[in-house]
Design a protein around this ligand. Structure first.
Ligand code: UTP
Length: 279
């Protein structure tokens, strides 16, 4: 089935990146000269996504503005004969249809996804966290890989990546078994478990494809870890109802919601050598 829509949750406060995030959304910070959000939207577009639903909160409107035509700037560039710059901007403005929904209170990632329910409607959709850039070893869109797995097995999927055992307590963790090269059958999904509570070191890596069933399950999901409505808790219910597969990431995830992650992403600039793939 064609996946046409992607939800990008980007409503978080970004407290790990303070003080800059008191005024500038972390999704607009540059990696390789481009805002993080542009890398994320491009990964979705490369996977055939036509509509991107940005989940924002008050004060983060500039994340959406980045994708909207700026007529005054366009006129000025045209007047000064700066055609190359204008064409570049127009490519960004034309990337995808951008829809904005608001999360009025930061109640957690599960709640942020739920805010996109009406905009998505009754069809499967991708989720890409707005503060994570994924670079695959083969330069192909990781979201495309997830969509391929979704279509092959008609089952929701989550991207997973091995993490050091001492970091397990920071992530959503996937327990399951590989049944095809790089594809795992999910058995249990747990948010931020103690290392001793799981024998898996496979962490979710910021990319998902869901059937719309996730929405009704999230509507009935209460607060979990850190008193937030956790996407992982909704996903566990989805696993019990319809099954959830995992797709192993062959490549790197840059979490730019953390100062070291942003620095690391920029230092890895030489590796962002995917030509037009990442622009
Ligand atoms: P994070 O917890 O990494 O982002 O959520 P945060 O809340 O912005 O960061 P800190 O911990 O305060 O530094 C992962 C993703 O989920 C989104 C965030 O914007 C980020 O893309 N999110 C999180 C929401 O959209 N709404 C929420 O209520 C929570």
């Amino acid at each position: 089935m064609r996946i046409r829509k992607a939800v990008i949750p980007a409503a978080g406060f970004g407290t790990r990146m303070l003080p800059i995030t008191s005024a500038v959304a972390k999704e607009l910070l540059p990696v390789n000269g481009r805002p993080v959000i542009e890398h994320v939207v491009k990964e979705a577009v490369q996977a055939g996504i036509k509509e991107v639903i940005l989940v924002l909160s008050e004060g983060k409107e500039a994340v959406a503005d980045y994708f909207r035509p700026n007529k005054r700037l366009a006129d000025q560039l045209l007047k000064n004969g700066r055609h190359a710059e204008l064409e570049e901007l127009e490519r960004i403005w034309d990337l995808a249809k951008i829809t904005v929904v608001y999360q009025n209170e930061q109640k957690g990632l599960g709640h942020a996804v739920l805010c996109a329910k009406d905009a998505v409607g009754n069809e499967p959709f991708a989720v890409l966290l707005g503060d994570s850039i994924i670079q695959t070893d083969n330069c192909h869109s990781f979201t495309q890989q997830l969509i391929d797995a979704f279509n092959k097995y008609e089952r929701s999927v989550v991207g997973v990546q091995e993490v050091e055992e001492c970091l397990i307590h920071r992530y959503g963790i996937f327990e399951g078994a590989e049944f095809e090269d790089g594809i795992l059958h999910g058995k249990r999904l747990i948010e931020k478990p103690d290392q001793s509570a799981t024998d898996s070191n496979l962490a979710f890596c910021a990319r998902y494809v869901f059937t719309p069933t996730i929405f009704s399950l999230l509507e009935n999901t209460g607060q979990g870890v850190n008193n937030e409505i956790q996407l992982t808790d909704g996903m566990q219910k989805l696993l019990e109802k319809e099954g959830v597969n995992g797709v192993t990431l062959e490549g790197e995830r840059f979490d730019i919601g953390d100062p070291k992650g942003l620095l690391y992403a920029n230092l890895s600039i030489m590796d962002f050598n995917c030509g037009d793939e990442l622009g």
